[in-house]
Design a protein around this ligand. Structure first.
Ligand code: MCA
Ligand code: AMP
Length: 510
């Protein structure tokens, strides 16, 4: 593909690849089919509705809703109108959401009727903003409002450097940062993945990921759209539903937890997945053991790839060729990956260091955070991923750890600093340290170690969990809290997390 093809509005790129319009785009769990023609119509209607609200190029549209086809149409309508789509995890609490709203300053907010956003006085803080709802069935005040608008809408003129989406990612320090992804970033990566993973017009994707993160939204949906094919669209990952529908599909994408949960179920057999041509894993490390067990059970070798919100996908094991368990594969075409030491000198084969990436997939910077953006890029435009790894003599990348203090639980990122700050606010807690420990289901689980003053407040593990759930999305809340007299620190006064990990490593071992 030449650069020209994707250096344009992403919706136009998708539209160039639309098949005949009566072809299925989304199949619902009940078998209901939504065709490309229907998607085009709904996208036009939603685009006109957004336009009527004054949404124009660069305006932010926050969407915090449960997964439904209508949310996909809303995403496409944002692309078409030049608005910036800002999806938010449905697990966020009121205080988390307030930060995202205040930081992104949206023109429109569309949320589930049960979202805490409903209680937020949006127009008090953002006088020009509009608040609408959309429920899990795609119904709500936005859909109602849009009803009377026409089906056709001319995609706004723009180019590939316009921002298509802002996705929030947390940071080792400070508050979440909005990663700005351009139409070109997303278009180029979608084409790269379609080609690398050998998508054809015969493919149907089993879509079971959430669509408020890069994996479910960009890797899965954008790839299907540039391929002009369809997907079976489930509201969430559920083993029985996956087993029921997998025979009708050819590709599935998931986080490692999906694969360990499938393996734990006897219903998931070789027969069931005989029509499948590809299982893709990412967002967290896939254990080599899971890779092997899956291959023994199904005859399929899971294809593991590596990416980030800021960069979309960087490396992938090959479709044809050797897929190495424990490796995330070589750099994808057009993308460069290097491993450097602390002085940022390029390291040799099998030498572990910091992973840097560069390519058309790498984002445009953090929303309203130019200093943070500058910090994360090298002078030669390589992006510092914060991951540690090495390249072998065939150019395969192995991720061995993270320089950033990050826990990945079931594919969701949790930054210990954020949890520690909330713990420190609890009356009686003096100090806290949050670590990730091995967990059979989630890969890693969040664990808190705290010191506290019994005189001040007699609290239990359960009290801490209940208090944290009020302010943090529940996947971030520690699965265990340990009360200790002292938290180990080194001579510099820094918490010795390695020591803590060693001590609490077995917390969830059976
Ligand atoms: C749910 N819970 C979790 C998690 N998910 N706890 C820790 N880690 C999790 N990932 C908790 C809930 O808070 C709740 O707790 C209880 O489990 C049940 O919630 P439920 O929603 O029913 O859980 P589930 O349906 O079993 O969800 C597990 C899941 C889900 C299917 C693995 O977490 C999931 O879909 N993960 C995928 C995440 C993803 O898409 N990541 C991509 C990020 P309580 O009962 O206490 O309230 S993008 C990315 O990383 C980059 C770009 C990349 O490379 O892809
Ligand atoms: P996010 O910020 O949600 O985009 O998460 C990106 C991070 O997920 C990366 O920086 C890695 O630490 C991790 N990650 C993604 N894919 C893989 C993988 N296949 N193996 C190991 N870690 C991964």
């Amino acid at each position: 593909m030449t650069e020209k093809i994707w250096n344009q509005n992403l919706y136009d790129l998708f539209e160039q690849n639309f098949p005949i319009l009566n072809r299925p785009f989304i199949e619902k769990p009940d078998g209901g089919i939504l065709t490309y023609g229907y998607m085009k119509k709904m996208t036009g209607i939603f685009s006109n509705a957004l336009d009527s609200l004054g949404v124009t190029i660069g305006d932010r549209v926050i969407v915090q809703t449960n997964k439904s086809p209508e949310v996909v149409f809303l995403y496409l309508a944002c692309l078409k109108t030049g608005a910036i789509f800002v999806p938010l995890n449905t697990a966020y609490t009121q205080s988390e959401l307030e930060y995202f709203i205040s930081d992104s300053d949206p023109k429109v907010v569309i949320c589930d009727p049960k979202s805490p956003i409903i209680n937020y006085q949006l127009t008090e803080h953002h006088p020009d903003a509009h608040l609408y709802t959309m429920d899990i069935n795609g119904n709500g005040s936005f859909t109602k409002y849009a009803e009377s608008y026409p089906e056709t809408f001319v995609t706004v003129p723009g180019d590939g450097t316009d921002i298509a989406c802002i996705l929030y990612t947390s940071g080792t320090t400070g508050q979440p940062k909005g990663a700005m992804l351009t139409h070109s970033n997303l278009g180029s990566n979608a084409i790269t993945l379609r080609d690398a993973w050998g998508f054809t017009s015969d493919d149907t994707l089993l879509h079971v990921l959430p669509i408020f993160h890069a994996h479910g939204l960009f890797v899965a949906i954008n790839t299907v759209l540039v391929n002009g094919t369809g997907m079976i669209f489930l509201p969430k990952f559920e083993v029985d539903e996956v087993c029921r529908l997998i025979p009708k599909t050819s590709v599935m994408m998931g986080v490692p937890t999906f694969y360990t949960r499938l393996l734990a179920n006897e219903k998931f057999t070789r027969n069931l997945s005989q029509n499948m041509r590809l299982f893709v894993s990412g967002s967290a490390p896939l254990l080599a053991e899971t890779h092997r067990e899956f291959s023994q059970r199904t005859g399929h070798e899971i294809l593991e790839r590596y990416g980030m919100t800021e960069t979309a996908m960087n490396t992938s094991n090959p479709l044809k060729g050797i897929r190495i368990p424990g490796s995330v594969g070589p750099a994808l075409p057009g993308i460069e990956v290097r491993v450097v030491n602390q002085e940022e000198k390029i390291l040799g084969v099998n030498e572990t260091g910091d992973i840097h990436v560069r390519g058309p997939n790498v984002f445009n910077g953090y929303w309203k955070k130019p200093d943070k953006t500058l910090e994360e890029f090298c002078e030669d435009n390589f992006f510092r991923t914060g991951d540690l790894g090495y390249l072998d003599d065939k150019g395969y990348l192995f991720i061995v750890g993270r320089a950033k203090d990050l826990i990945i639980s079931g594919g969701y990122n949790v930054y210990p600093k954020e949890i520690e700050s909330c713990l420190d606010e609890i009356n009686g807690i003096q100090e806290s340290a949050v670590i990730g420990v091995p967990h059979k289901d989630f890969g890693e689980a969040v664990v808190a170690i705290v010191t506290y003053d019994k005189e001040k407040n007699l609290i239990t593990e359960q009290d801490v969990i209940v208090l944290l759930k009020k302010v943090l999305a529940s996947y971030k809340v520690p699965k265990a809290v340990f009360f200790v007299p002292d938290i180990p620190r080194n001579v510099m006064g820094k918490v010795e997390k390695t020591k803590l990990r060693k001590t609490y490593n077995q917390t969830f071992e059976e």
